[in-house]
Design a protein around this ligand. Structure first.
Ligand code: PMP
Length: 368
């Protein structure tokens, strides 16, 4: 039988490591939810039990992010990628206005490309020529008053670039792909018109996408869209327009319970995340150029630490030896290579400390 003691430190970019206590609770209750007589996998999504689970997950997210009451929290499907298309379907198509994008990495570039299928887009700033190493300063891009909305990616999972404050957009609706830093720190929700995140990094398993949308945006959703692509219809149906991904929503509830009860909220989570990231970046910075961080220091992601070794042969060796030593998934994204340690909320600090020791030791054993 596989037990918790056989678990390794999993640095996967997503689906990613989950809090052990959430997994244990799910395991304990898998055959039968307490007092229900059946498993979460077997009960109706219209049952009171499931509705309570979904409402509890929503309440937890509201509490954690201090979401004002004029926002809806939706549990949708189709991944963050469906949001790349659904946002312009609802807020760009037919408006006669362009959508503006701040592109700081590969996911932002994909979101822009999808939006182009629905209407005109403009790039306010694009870090591609610099190899996506940083976020822009506010002086480096100009807000167009006629924009339908402005889209940015708060954390670029592939390159490891993170925004630590929101772009200033005035009255233009701000739309954010927060897939890979969702619930990792407090954010001023009232600055956002729409924020979305695939759950599979910080919030739960793959299969559910969380969308937080301001009430006034719903009025803009065109009537001629199929219901499943219309945010207003999802909000009216309280995310029960069709059968939702019940199990994924249930795990989101358990993970957010953990965040509230065991961690104590997002301020505490943020402090832990800063400590974890600082440990790893310190190893890079003290390695005399052996481990070269990809991101400019002020834009370094607290979630995805991206780095290179002196050459590709050493990178391969590093990843293979790390795997043997119990550090899983340190390879960079297939599009950029190199190495990446994803250290989302549920990665314990002990895992990061152990990885730091492994990295120092590897460097000593394998000079450039
Ligand atoms: N945006 C970001 C920032 C991501 O990291 C990812 C997935 N890694 C996506 C979008 C795409 O998410 P999904 O696979 O859920 O569509």
């Amino acid at each position: 039988m596989t037990t918790a003691t056989q678990r390794v430190y999993n640095f996967s970019p997503g689906p990613a490591t989950l809090p052990l206590s959430a997994l244990e609770e799910a395991q304990r209750d898998l055959l039968c939810l307490p007092g229900v007589g059946a498993s979460i996998l077997e009960i109706s999504h219209r049952s009171k039990t499931f509705e309570e689970i979904m409402r509890a997950a929503e309440e937890n997210i509201r509490k954690l992010l201090k979401i004002p009451s004029h926002y809806h929290v939706l549990f949708l499907q189709g991944g963050a990628r469906l949001q790349f298309g659904m946002i312009p379907m609802n807020f760009l198509r037919g408006t006669g206005r362009p959508a503006d994008f701040i592109v700081t990495g590969s996911w932002g570039a994909s979101a822009l490309k999808e939006a182009q299928t629905q209407g005109p887009v403009r790039t306010l700033w694009d870090g591609k020529a610099e190899g996506y190493r940083r976020t822009p300063t506010p002086e480096q891009y100009q807000i167009n008053p006629d924009a339908a909305y402005i889209h940015f990616t708060s954390n670029e999972t592939i390159e490891g670039i993170e925004f630590f404050s929101e772009p200033e957009t005035g009255d233009i609706p701000l739309v954010c792909d927060a897939s890979s830093d969702f619930l990792s720190r407090p954010i001023p929700m009232e600055r956002y018109a729409l924020l979305y995140a695939g759950a599979q990094k910080n919030a739960g398993p793959a299969g559910v996408t969380i969308v937080i949308i301001r009430e006034d945006m719903l009025k803009r959703c065109p009537d001629d869209l199929p219901s499943m692509l219309n945010y207003r219809k999802h909000a009216e149906a309280k995310s029960l327009l069709n059968t939702p991904p019940c199990f994924a929503v249930y795990i989101v509830k358990l993970v957010t319970d953990w965040l509230l009860r065991e961690i104590g909220g997002l301020e505490q989570m943020y402090a832990i995340n800063r400590r974890k990231a600082a440990l790893l970046y310190e190893v890079l910075d003290r390695s005399e150029g052996y481990y070269r961080g990809h991101a400019d220091p002020q834009c370094r992601s607290l979630m995805n630490v991206t780095f290179r070794l002196p050459n590709e042969a050493l990178e391969k060796k590093f990843i293979a030896e790390a795997e043997k030593a119990g550090f899983m998934h340190l390879e960079g994204h297939r599009s950029v290579g190199g190495c990446r340690a994803s250290i989302y909320n549920a990665m314990p600090i002990e895992g990061v400390q152990a990885l730091c020791e492994f990295m120092k030791d590897f460097r000593e054993r394998n000079p450039a």
